[in-house]
Every structure is written in structure tokens, then in C-alpha cells.
Design a protein around this ligand. Structure first.
Ligand code: GTP
Length: 869
């Protein structure tokens, strides 16, 4: 506005009549003489303010413009900026500031309209001040965060250091396994080395780049101060720092401390590539095979753990075991799973299945085979005499003197066919059957002395035969004796459901005398007849299978075993597996001691050539070659040893329990059993352990064939066992230990005596128990009350005898309501010590006055009873 404005010109400009303008100016308090008078800018503004007010609008700038000297016209722009440490407003307390920027024009009277040098007004200064404050606040926050990050980084570094140590330890432990694994995989160590420092993976590289945070900043663009409002570089950079991500900050703050700050990251990458011995990212789960038993040490080795760790885990499970101790399969599986690994059952092995495949090959035409007979009966009823008679008269034909040797079994040839007898204790025959789940005996001959009748062991034999579903033939022996009464025997047997044919049953009964031989042929006929009815068949050709009946170690000939062939044909030169032994049949002998070339089904034969002494009851199988025989035998040996370890571990445990007197209410009686032959030893072991019940457990902790040795005596001493010698004696050194330590040693030659005596010993161990016995019951008929005696019950003794000195119980409706003792017991007015059945009496109960008619007073006593098996 370089030109001066007149009122007329202004009226034209604002399009208002000049008169009206003059009026308005007059109203605004400005007097003008005419329209050509000049109007100043101040006057213009005054008019403008007047007019706004007149229209009801307040105009602050206009008011301010009233200030003398200058008029400022302004155009404003609002802008919001957010400031805060990480951009996460909520966490760091960042704030939003409203910045108002104005374009200002200050008009000075006569000074034209261009922008003045003092563009910055008070508001702007205020906004900048606030911004400065905010910056300062954020800087403080930044520093606090940096401090926190530094602490956190230190913690992380600490954790990583510990992990690294753990990893190194794990690596050392895994070294052995890894070597094996590497060998298996055909990898060389250099291969592993080449990957020891792999390049970081793509994402890792990207994350490592310095620009990582930039990308994030860009992503958070809404938080960045926009340029153009304030061209402030420092603020822009500052804002960039504010928006660093937490991870970036952590890395940035840890970087200077950790050198290059990357070892942890590198190790992660290595583990991902699967090279080097770094701590695995997930726990390593091993799958291990466990047999029937394993020592704690072996298990730890399989799991690549320290023995102590497995012991500790077992302890937590309530199993106390040392590293050398054996644990059974189930416990081993449990602890393996507890330790986070997997367990599978160790396969029995291919050799055994191969063996089975071979065994199945023994197929062919089946033909009639001889019956296998076991003789059983009560002691002294004549079993041995009968067997001897048959052997003497029917075996060894053609041999001078007919001397036969005892090999545990023999066969006789009768006009009606061959019969094989098992010359082992009846128990043993059935033990074998139970063990193998197969029939070893076809027929049981039950010997009953005609003069003695049915006795306990007769009944026991009947039970055995019935349980095994083996048919019976009864030999009524000693009929030569004057007091023989065969019909009484037959009648007695009826009570055991053994019914003679003549009574309409199906059991053949033969009267005979083992002494004179009378009727023995009839018995053989009866056996042949029974065998025919049973239609016993077997394959005669092919590889033989069967069972060991007896075994021993012969000083001159080595291990000898009497086997009963069940299928096929056993020949000299055959390879066989026999229990855990194997070998090639060097020679076969029959019961007369003659060498034979082969033996068919149901024929017992003694063999030489085994690697060791098999156990009675072991099976044998002829196999194609020695290798297979050896493999199977060794596998079985391992398995059996494992089982023994478990059994002995169990024994040890029970001993400990018994000694501690806690954890088991069951008592234990330990025995060491030695016998002359395997069959007897096995029969004894079975029979004795079978005596165990809830209260006592009979442990045969040691058993074997042969004399009692010093080691047997030592075993007995350490486990406080009783030594049983069956047809064997203790040698000098064993006797010394036995006598010196007071070990209980007993010799026997009759199985039943052993059982009886063990029962007695067990009873002593069991001790006595206190039992209560009710000796009398009195019924309350009436109750009298006296000040002197209290309540006195008028009673009738309905059972037994009521004694003053014995404890009593008061019963109401068959429920005990009081237990105590008697205060008084009277017959009429007299005090008595006892009152018998069907007698009236007066009873005063001590400390109890609530007796009512209808109650029962039960009198009892406590007695000591010897516990028995
Ligand atoms: N008179 C007579 N005596 C017999 C007969 N059979 C056996 N004896 C006698 O009875 C006794 C016992 O006979 P063993 O054959 O030993 O009886 P066991 O049943 O084998 O006895 P253990 O082997 O001890 O169970 C012996 O003295 C025999 O001589 C018989 O038929 N008549």
C-alpha cells in the first residue's frame, strides 16, 4: 500500500456508499470532514474492529492490533509430533506435542505489508521450549533404557556362558557316541570341521545388517517427525534413534562388550547345520534296547549319562540301587522314560528264531511212539522196589548180571511194546512239565501199599496228575503181605475221585507185589493198553527235539546228560543246542551202558559232547551246524544270566528288608540246597519255594549238584541260610566254616523229610501269635442298681464259662459297646471265680453302669499260638 487511501476510495473498495462509511467511522469515534480525507491503516483497523464487535464477534488479533505501533495478520498451521524412547508410548511415557506454526505479517503504520524480521512470535517460542523439554526428557529416558539394556545384556551373556559350559560338557559326554555315529555314517572328522564356522543363514545376515533398524523405522513411519514443518536435522536423527527396536537396542548395547557380539548367534547357526558339538536346541531323546535285566552302570552307558544320574533318578522313583546292581526290565524302562528317553525290549535275537524255523522243519509222517511213565506214591509204598524189579527183570537182557546204571530213565520192551520209565522223583517230572508247558509224562503209575492205604502223598500225587491231565494207573503194591487189603485202597481212592473200572470208573488198578513180581506184567499190560488209548504219536525221522532228564559232570567223560527224545531221531554226530549249552553228540549210551548209534521218540539216552552241564528240564534241539548251535546257546546264556541277576537282586533286597524289619511284613527263610542229581535239586527247589505264603517267603538262595563246598557255606553264612544236603555231604573246608559259624546244616535222603523239616524251621522263624478265644457268653436278663455295687446285671451263662479273671466285652445287638473287666461275679450272694453254662449269676462290670437287659457279656482270653506253614 504505497498509495494513501481516501475515504471515498475505501468506500469503493468495500463497496459501501461513502456516506454510510462516514457514518460508520463516526460511530467508531473517528470524525472525518469529508470523503476525500485520507484514512490511515490504524483507522481502517479500528473501523474493522468496531464493525466486528457490532456484529457480535470478538477478534483477538483485532484487539491485539489495537496495540499501538503495529498490526499483525497471521495465518496459522497446526502440526502434531510424537516424541518417546521406543515409540511405544505406553511403555516409555512418550508424548504428543501440538506445534502451531503461523505465517505472520506485521503491519506498521506507514510501513507497507512485507514480512518483518521478528517472524517468531511468543507461541512459537513456547512450542520450541516444550519441544526442547521433551527432548531432554526423552534423552533421560534413553539413558535409563540404555542402562537397563546394558544390565540385560550382561545377564544374557552370563546365561550364554553357562549354556556354553553345559554344551561343552554334553559334547564331551557324547563324544564316544558321536564317534561311533560318525564311523557309522562314514563321515570324517574333517567334514565336520569344515562346517565348524558356517556362514550365518540369510535371515541372520539380514538381521545383522546395520540397516535392520532402518527398515523398522520406516515401518513405523507414523511416529517419525515429518519434515517440511521444521527442517531440523538433529530432531530427525533423534527420532530415528527413538524408534530402535528392543532387539536392536539389545544388540547395539551388547555389541561393544561382547567383542563382535556374535558367538551365541553363531553357535545357534552351527547347531542348525548339525555340525560341531554344540548344545542341542532340544533335549536329545535316545532309544535304547533293554533286555530282561541290566546293571545300572550299563544303562547309564547306553543313555550316555553318568551312573550317578541314573542312581539318582532311581532313588527319586523309590528304588535304591548302586551302579553295579542289576535292575529288571520294567524298572529300567521306567527310569529311562523318567530321564526323557525311550526304551524298547531287546529282541530275543535272530538266532533263536532261526532255530525255531529249523525246529518247525521237523515235520513228517507221525507214527506210534512208546509211552513215558512216571511212578509216584507215598513214601515207602514201594516205588523204588517196583522200578528196580522192572529194570532187573526187563532191562539188560543179554547182559551178564544185568547190571544197569542209573541214568534217570530207562525203557523196557514187553511183548506189547516198549515203555519208558522216568526214574526221577515224581515232583521233578512235573516240574519239568510246568517249566516247558509240555507233556513229558504220558502216564502216572500211582503206587499205593495195600497194607497202608491212601496216605497224604498219595493224595498229593493224585492232585499233580489231575492238574497235568495225565491219566493214572494205580499199582496196589505189597499184596504178598498178610495184612494187604486192596479193596480198602480202592474204596479210599473213591474219596479222591479215582474210581476203579470195576466200580464203573476209568482207572485201571493192578494188584501186584514188587517183592515177588506178582502182577508186574499185568501192570505193564495196563500201561500198554492205556498208551494205545492215548494214541501217542511222534515223527520218527528228521532232527530230534526233546528234554534233559538228568545231567552231571563226569570226571572222565565231561558233561553227560540223559535226554528223552520226543520227536525225530537223535544220532551220533548231530549238532545240538541244549539249554544254554551246545555241542556235537560224541556218543550215545542206553541205560545198560551200551553205545547206540541213535535214539527215536520216547527213548531215553545218555549223551556226551556238550559244552557244559545242562539243567534238568532244559530242552534240546538238533540244528544244522555248530555256528547256529553256538549262537543260540550264547544268546540263551545271556538271557538266563540276566534273569538270575534279577532273581538274586530280589533276594538281596528281601534280605535287606527282613534285616531292617520294615517294608515287608513277610519274613524270609533262606536255604542253600545241594543234591546229588539235578532232578532232585530242582524238585527240592520247586517244592521248598512253593511253601512260601503271605507270612514267610522261602528263598532258595543257592542250589546245585554235588557236595557242599566252602563257597556254599560262605553263602549260607552271609545270608543266614540253612544248608540242606540231599544225598551229599559237606567237605572238610565247608565243615570248618559251618561249625565255626554255627550254620544250620541238615542232611536228607527223602524229599518229604526235607519238606517237613523246612516247614518246622519256617514255623520257628514265624514265631508265635496271640489269638483271642471266646470262652463264655452270658445274657443280661435284668439289671439291679445298688448304691454299693452300682449296676449289677442278672445274667444267664448261655455258652462256655465266664471267668472273673478274664477280660470281657459288652455287646448290644451284636455290636461291641464296651470292653473291660469284671468288677464282681456272684452266684446268689457269694463271690465266685467262674460260672458255667446254664447257670445264673450276677455280674458287675468295672467302670460301666449302662448295662441293659438283652445285652450280652462275652468273656474271652488271649492265647499264644505257634504259627505254622
Ligand atoms: N513185602 C513187600 N515189601 C515191599 C514191597 N515193595 C516194597 N517193599 C518194601 O517196602 C519198603 C519201601 O520200599 P521202597 O521201594 O523203598 O519204597 P519207596 O516208595 O520207593 O520209598 P521212598 O523212595 O523212600 O519214597 C522196602 O523195605 C521194601 O523192601 C512188596 O511188594 N512187598
Amino acid at each position: 500500500m504505497s498509495q494513501q487511501t481516501t475515504i471515498r476510495k475505501l468506500a469503493e473498495l468495500v463497496n459501501t456508499p461513502v456516506e454510510k462509511l462516514l457514518e460508520q467511522l463516526a460511530e467508531a469515534g473517528m470524525k472525518f470532514s469529508g470523503p476525500d480525507q485520507v484514512i490511515t491503516s490504524a483507522e481502517k483497523l479500528k473501523l474493522h474492529g468496531f464493525l466486528r464487535r457490532a456484529h457480535g464477534k470478538a477478534d483477538k488479533p483485532a484487539d491485539e492490533a489495537i496495540a499501538p505501533g503495529k498490526i499483525t495478520l497471521s495465518r496459522s498451521r497446526k502440526q502434531e509430533i510424537t516424541v518417546g524412547g521406543s515409540g511405544k508410548t505406553g511403555r516409555t511415557g512418550g508424548s504428543t506435542i501440538e506445534v502451531v506454526t503461523r505465517k505472520k505479517i506485521t503491519l506498521k503504520p506507514g510501513a507497507g505489508q512485507g514480512p518483518s524480521a521478528a517472524d517468531m512470535d511468543a507461541e512459537r517460542a513456547d512450542a520450541l521450549r516444550k519441544l526442547e523439554e521433551s527432548r531432554a526428557r526423552n534423552l533421560a529416558e534413553q539413558q535409563a533404557l540404555a542402562e537397563k539394556d546394558r544390565q540385560r545384556a550382561e545377564e544374557l551373556a552370563d546365561i550364554r556362558r553357562r549354556e556354553q559350559e553345559d554344551a561343552e560338557r554334553a559334547a564331551a559326554e557324547a563324544a564316544a557316541n558321536a564317534e561311533v555315529a560318525l564311523e557309522e555314517a562314514g563321515k570324517t572328522k574333517t567334514h565336520g570341521h569344515g562346517h565348524a564356522h558356517p556362514k550365518p543363514s540369510a535371515p541372520a545376515r539380514e538381521a545383522d545388517k546395520g540397516g535392520a533398524h532402518k527398515g523398522k523405522t520406516a515401518h513405523r513411519g507414523s511416529h517419525v517427525m515429518q519434515t517440511g514443518v521444521e527442517d531440523d536435522d538433529s530432531t530427525a536423527r533423534f527420532a530415528g534413534q527413538l524408534h530402535l527396536s528392543a532387539s536392536d537396542r539389545a544388540r547395539r548395547s551388547s555389541a561393544p562388550r561382547g567383542g563382535r557380539g556374535k558367538p551365541a548367534r553363531r553357535s545357534m547357526d552351527q547347531s542348525r547345520t548339525g555340525t560341531g558339538f554344540n548344545k542341542p536346541v532340544a533335549p536329545m531323546v535316545r532309544e535304547i534296547a533293554i533286555g530282561d535285566a541290566i546293571t545300572v552302570g550299563d544303562l547309564a552307558q547306553k543313555l550316555a549319562l553318568k551312573g550317578g544320574e541314573v542312581v539318582k533318578a532311581l532313588f527319586k522313583m523309590g528304588v535304591m540301587a548302586t551302579i553295579t546292581q542289576t535292575i529288571d526290565h520294567d524298572t529300567a524302562v521306567l527310569v529311562t522314560e523318567e530321564l526323557g528317553h525311550k526304551a524298547v525290549h531287546a529282541d530275543a535275537g535272530d538266532a533263536e528264531s532261526e532255530l525255531l524255523a529249523h525246529a518247525e522243519e521237523v515235520q513228517g509222517e507221525k507214527t506210534q511212539r512208546p509211552p513215558v511213565v512216571t511212578i509216584m506214591g507215598h513214601v515207602d509204598h514201594g516205588k523204588t522196589s517196583l522200578l528196580d524189579y522192572i529194570r532187573r527183570t526187563k532191562v539188560a537182557t543179554g547182559e551178564a548180571g544185568g547190571i544197569t546204571q542209573h541214568i534217570g530213565a530207562y525203557h523196557v520192551t514187553t511183548p506189547k511194546g516198549t515203555i519208558s520209565f522216568l526214574d526221577t522223583p515224581g515232583h521233578a517230572a512235573f516240574t519239568h512239565m510246568r517249566q516247558r508247558g509240555a507233556r513229558l509224562t504220558d502216564i502216572v503209575v500211582l503206587v499205593v501199599a495195600a497194607d497202608d492205604g491212601v496216605m497224604p502223598q498219595t493224595a498229593e500225587a493224585i492232585q499233580h496228575a489231575k492238574a497235568a491231565k495225565v491219566p493214572l494207573i494205580v499199582a496196589i503194591n505189597k499184596i504178598d503181605k498178610s495184612d494187604a487189603d486192596p479193596s480198602r485202597v480202592k474204596n479210599d481212592l473213591l474219596a479222591h475221585e479215582v474210581v476203579a473200572e470195576e466200580f464203573g470208573g476209568d482207572v485201571q488198578m493192578v494188584e501186584l507185589s514188587a517183592k515177588t513180581g506178582q502182577g508186574v506184567d499185568n501192570l505193564l499190560d495196563a500201561i500198554s493198553l492205556q498208551a494205545e488209548m492215548l494214541d501217542l504219536q511222534a515223527v520218527r525221522e528228521g532232527r530230534a527235539t526233546g528234554v534233559v532228564i538228568e545231567s552231571a559232570l563226569d570226571k572222565g567223560r565231561g558233561p553227560v546228560a540223559t535226554v528223552l527224545v520226543q520227536q525225530g531221531n537223535l544220532s551220533k554226530g548231530d549238532y545240538l543246542v541244549c539249554g544254554i549249552q551246545y555241542g556235537r553228540v560224541r556218543a550215545l549210551f542206553d541205560e545198560t551202558g551200551n553205545q547206540v548209534q541213535s535214539a527215536g521218540p520216547s527213548i531215553p539216552v545218555q549223551i556226551l559232547g556238550l559244552s557244559g552241564v545242562p539243567e534238568a528240564g532244559d530242552d534240546f534241539v538238533v540244528v544244522a551246524d555248530e555256528r547256529l548251535a553256538k549262537d543260540v546257546a550264547q544268546q540263551r546264556d545271556t538271557k538266563r544270566r540276566e534273569m538270575r541277576l534279577v532273581a538274586s537282586a530280589g533276594n538281596r533286597m528281601e534280605d535287606i528288608m527282613a534285616q531292617m524289619g520294615e517294608g515287608a511284613s513277610q519274613l524270609a527263610l533262606n536255604l542253600v540246597v545241594k543234591a546229588d542229581v539235578h532232578g532232585t535239586m530242582q524238585a527240592l527247589r520247586e517244592a521248598l519255594t512253593g511253601l512260601s505264603n503271605d507270612q514267610i517267603r522261602i528263598n532258595v538262595i543257592g542250589s546245585g549238584v554235588g557236595g557242599i563246598t566252602e563257597s556254599d557255606a560262605q553263602l549260607a553264612m552271609t545270608s543266614k541260610a540253612t544248608v540242606i544236603g540231599f544225598n551229599v555231604r559237606a567237605d572238610a573246608s565247608a565243615r570248618k566254616v559251618i561249625e565255626g559259624n554255627g550254620i544250620d546244616l541238615r542232611y536228607f535222603s527223602i524229599i518229604y523229610d526235607v519238606i517237613d523239616q523246612v516247614k518246622q524251621v519256617a514255623s520257628n522263624v514265624l514265631g508265635k501269635e496271640i489269638r483271642e478265644e471266646i470262652i463264655g457268653i452270658a445274657e443280661v436278663r435284668d439289671v439291679f442298681r445298688s448304691s454299693k455295687f452300682g449296676a449289677v446285671a442278672g445274667c444267664m451263662v448261655v455258652e462256655g464259662v465266664v471267668k472273673k479273671s478274664k477280660p470281657i466285652r459288652v455287646l448290644r445287638d451284636s455290636v461291641v459297646i464296651f470292653e473291660g473287666e469284671l468288677e464282681s461275679l456272684r452266684r446268689f450272694k457269694e463271690n465266685v471265680d467262674e460260672v458255667r453254662v446254664n447257670t445264673e449269676c450276677g455280674i458287675g462290670v468295672k467302670a460301666y453302669n449302662d448295662v441293659k437287659p438283652g445285652d450280652q457279656i462275652e468273656c474271652f482270653e488271649r492265647i499264644e499260638v505257634q504259627r505254622t506253614l
